[in-house]
Write a protein that binds this ligand. Structure first.
Ligand code: AMP
Ligand code: ZN
Length: 665
């Protein structure tokens, strides 16, 4: 078979699997099989750049960096919606409509997804461009970022789509992914994001599209605009959009009267809490597109559509007690323990209080009557205090000063919202949490050992840190509750096997604050062994691409603690991988040793990401800004003029992409 045909066939196959997985939620092949096929396609494309396609399934992983998003004028304006809050509002609206159009009016009711609006342009079935709403007349070109969202089709299915059209929708971050992102942030000692909506809209403007690709964003579509559209009603348009491969949630319905609209509103007012993503209301649209045209727009919004906002469900209850939780990194989170109360269909006993500032801002005190709200987030939050009901003797909340688990005095660094327990070596939840992190799937992935067993082992005094795992004897664990011969054997074997886990994962497993998976990889590659990393100075650390002051400081602090160094030495003596595997090291050369690079602009042959990887693999260093130490500035298209000026001033040599590639030959 011709290469071109193979590429096409593989692309089509991958596209179909992508659609089944992300749009229909019905995967038919395993992730592994999918990755194999994707790899195959990637290799073919690399060998045959002449068949490159910006909409190839391989382009979903991102990598392109956008410094400034171009402003694009919307061909069709992106309007906002009028709001309504009651039956009366809707009846008034219908009365206005009746004066403007003849005949019966039917409505389509849809959910109002709470995220960031987006307009996608398709030409001849190909994804062309994505623009944010902006001020409605013009927005930002975020095409590269949107391309990484798997539920956005890059090529349409079927044939009967218009040659050119815009489709509007909402980029949302489903709760599950949001919670997971926050868990990872907390584990790395970072502040969690406030809510899915802001995180979704912030994602659109990230400069590194590879970062966007990692976020579990979704694109839900609800409106098509353009000329010669092959449908006459909103309902048909949604069905068509679905046929062409777009993700259109199936919850829309046709209503023949305002009463039917209200039934839909009432139903979803309760049921919305079962949805995987956030909604803040219902959007009601006149179904007939001819009637829509008759009705037209006001300056701000279409006359033919109306939003009905859900009221955030709120109840009031007594705040019994504020308690504090200690996380793996020592971060303290305050929790409100409430008198149980019914809210949005569930019994609520606890609510999050975020941090000391929040408690102070709302002046929340124990025994207060508080208002609890269930908005988008899964955990309800306290939004205010009923001051009229406050006991006159009540005193302002004194935030916790000492760790509830180990009584060490808490610290709060400047500019940080969270308090920390600094007793990393013997504060129980920190000790247990750190070992749990060490054995977790993305870290050492120890078979046969779970989080609960870790807690048991610590509480029984069998281990105090993760190095102790490697001296555990079967005889010691057999007497433990629920530990049979077989499970004890598995545990010991799992620990033994983990000695093969690669250096970058060991580094991640150590649980150094701010050293997540990606950072661990970067560090492993840049320094190749734990010794070299431990000897690195602040300056050497921040030289590494994407390692900032915060991470560098955290590393230095970690290695300053004798107990940590001691544990690392022990791990090393047990045979854990403390340097980059030969395989990885061999992939590389020392050709660029001692040379420092700055990359700027857009490149043709290799992406910025690939350039950076090439530099690192060959012993060079990437930095973000030009200094006297910079050896070369690799200049692409659209390089910033200030960079060029600075390079010239400091006498840094400018080279092109081709010149760089010849350095490696
Ligand atoms: P607002 O921002 O409150 O004026 O509401 C208007 C926004 O609601 C639009 O810009 C859309 O981004 C968003 N929206 C969410 N779901 C829908 C939907 N099903 N139909 C129309 N607009 C929607
Ligand atoms: Zn403590």
């Amino acid at each position: 078979m011709q290469v071109k045909e193979t590429i096409e066939q593989l692309s089509n196959e991958l596209r179909l699997h992508n659609y089944k997985y992300y749009v229909l939620d019905q995967p038919v092949i395993s992730d592994y099989e999918f990755d194999q096929k994707l790899k195959e396609l990637e290799e073919l494309e690399k060998k045959h750049p002449e068949f490159a396609d910006p909409n190839s399934p391989t382009k979903r992983v991102g990598g392109e960096v956008t410094k400034n998003f171009a402003t694009i004028v919307h061909e069709n304006r992106m309007y906002s919606l009028s709001n309504s809050y009651s039956k009366e509002d809707l009846i008034d609206w219908e009365t206005r409509l009746r004066k403007l159009v003849d005949g019966p009016i039917e409505y389509v009711c849809e959910l109002k997804y709470d995220g960031a609006s987006i307009s996608l342009t398709y030409e001849n079935g190909n994804f062309k461009q994505a623009v944010t709403r902006g001020d409605g007349t013009q927005g930002d070109d975020v095409t590269t970022n949107i391309r990484t969202i798997k539920s956005v089709p890059l090529k349409l299915k079927g044939e009967n789509f218009p040659s050119k059209f815009d489709i509007r929708g909402e980029i949302v971050l489903p709760f599950e992914g949001f919670t997971q992102m926050n868990q990872e942030r907390l584990e790395n000692g970072e502040e969690p994001y406030a809510n899915p909506r802001n995180t979704a809209s912030g994602s659109l403007k990230l400069q590194d599209s590879a970062e966007v690709a990692k976020r579990p964003l979704e694109c839900l579509l609800y409106n098509i605009t353009g000329e010669n559209l092959p449908f006459k009603t909103q309902l048909e348009s949604l069905q068509k959009a679905k046929e062409w491969g777009f993700k259109v949630p199936q919850h829309f319905t046709l209503a023949k009267s305002i009463d039917e609209v209200l039934a839909y509103v009432n139903y979803w007012n309760e049921e919305r809490f079962q949805l995987p993503y956030e909604t803040d209301g219902v959007v009601i649209k006149v179904n007939n597109l001819y009637q829509q045209e008759e009705l037209g727009f006001t300056a701000k919004s279409p006359r033919w559509a109306m939003a009905y906002k859900f009221k955030a469900e709120q109840v009031s209850t007594v705040l019994e007690e504020i308690t504090y939780q200690v996380g793996r990194t020592g971060a303290i989170t305050p929790v409100a323990n409430l008198q149980p109360v019914q809210l949005a269909g569930t019994t609520v006993k606890r609510a999050s209080l975020h941090n000391a500032d929040q408690i102070e801002k709302l002046d929340i005190r124990e025994k207060d009557q508080v208002f609890v709200e269930k908005g988008g987030e899964i955990i309800p939050k306290i939004v205010g205090v009923d001051f009229a009901k406050r006991n006159p003797d009540s005193q302002p909340t004194q935030y916790l000063t000492h760790c509830p688990e180990c009584q060490t005095e808490l610290v709060r660094k400047e500019g940080e919202a969270l308090h920390f327990c600094p007793n990393t070596t013997s504060c129980p939840p920190q000790v247990i949490g750190r070992i749990q992190h060490f054995i977790s799937r993305k870290a050492m992935d120890v078979d046969g050992l779970g989080g609960e067993t870790v807690a048991l082992l610590v509480n029984e005094g069998l281990i105090q840190n993760y190095a102790d795992l490697y001296t555990l004897q079967k005889e010691q664990i057999l007497p433990l509750e629920r530990m049979a011969e077989k499970s004890a054997q598995n545990l010991i074997e799992g620990i033994e096997k983990s000695k093969q886990v690669s250096f970058e994962r060991v580094l991640f497993a150590l649980g150094i604050r701010y050293v997540g998976e990606t950072v661990a990889k970067k560090l492993a590659k840049a320094f190749t062994s734990i010794e070299k990393l431990m000897q690195a100075s602040f300056e050497e650390l921040i030289e590494v691409d994407e390692i900032g002051d915060r991470i560098a400081e955290s590393l230095l602090q970690f290695f300053e603690v004798d107990a940590n160094v001691e544990i690392i030495k022990r791990l090393q003596s047990y045979g854990l991988q403390m340097e980059l595997s030969e395989e990885l090291q061999n992939q590389s050369s020392e050709k660029l040793k001692g040379q420092t690079f700055v990359i700027s602009g857009v490149f043709e042959k290799v992406s910025r990401k690939e350039l950076k990887e090439l530099i690192e693999k060959n012993g060079g260093k990437n930095t973000g800004s030009i200094s006297k130490k910079t050896t070369f500035l690799i200049a692409g298209d659209q390089m910033g003029p200030s960079k060029k000026e600075k390079a010239e001033k400091l006498g840094v040599q400018l080279i092109s992409e081709e010149e760089f590639l010849t350095l490696l030959d």
